[in-house]
Design a protein around this ligand. Sequence first.
Ligand SMILES: [Fe+2]
Ligand SMILES: [Fe+2]
Length: 198
Amino acid sequence: MLDDTEDRATFTAMVDGTAEDYAKVTAAFGKFSKTLPDRVLEHLKMLQGDAGGFAVDRLEHSLQTATRAHRDGRDEEYVVCALLHDIGDLLGTFNHAELGATILKPFISDANYFMLQNHGIFQGYYFFHHIGLDRDAREDFRGHEHFEYTAQFCHLYDQAAFDPNYDSMPLEAFEPMVRKVMEKPRDSIYLRDDGTAL
Ligand SMILES: [Fe+2]
Ligand SMILES: [Fe+2]
């Protein structure tokens, strides 16, 4: 994936960098950023196998959540959020919701970002009371403009997506949606003033 033959900058400390150096860095970033969906999809596949004690593994749960949202008529951005909502599971073991939200933040609405970022606490409504936690922890967000939106995601799709007999769509069916939604950031420090990406 990484190209060893690419033209490299010559500075050894950034204080010595020149525009010529950064033309090379920027060209490399332009290529690298376009393959972000590939890296995300590859990482999502790593959720296969480990079920975390649930009846289906993490990948099946993700596919099932996305399939339920898609069949319910949700738009592509929402479905992609549903597909990737637990992608932070492997590296964000204690804050998986925030990690997934952070990966998608440049590409999604404020409502979807809030939903991803906080779905862990909202999902807790369905099981925290079984493990000695407060199922009403989500009440801290009551009154927030995206409270119901997030509660609905958990109720309709996330908490309902642990059925081994559900007919989930395959990952390949969602790939074009992931590529489309992640095609161009709408919010990033790497966007120029005229809105063009590097
Ligand atoms: Fe989650
Ligand atoms: Fe989930």
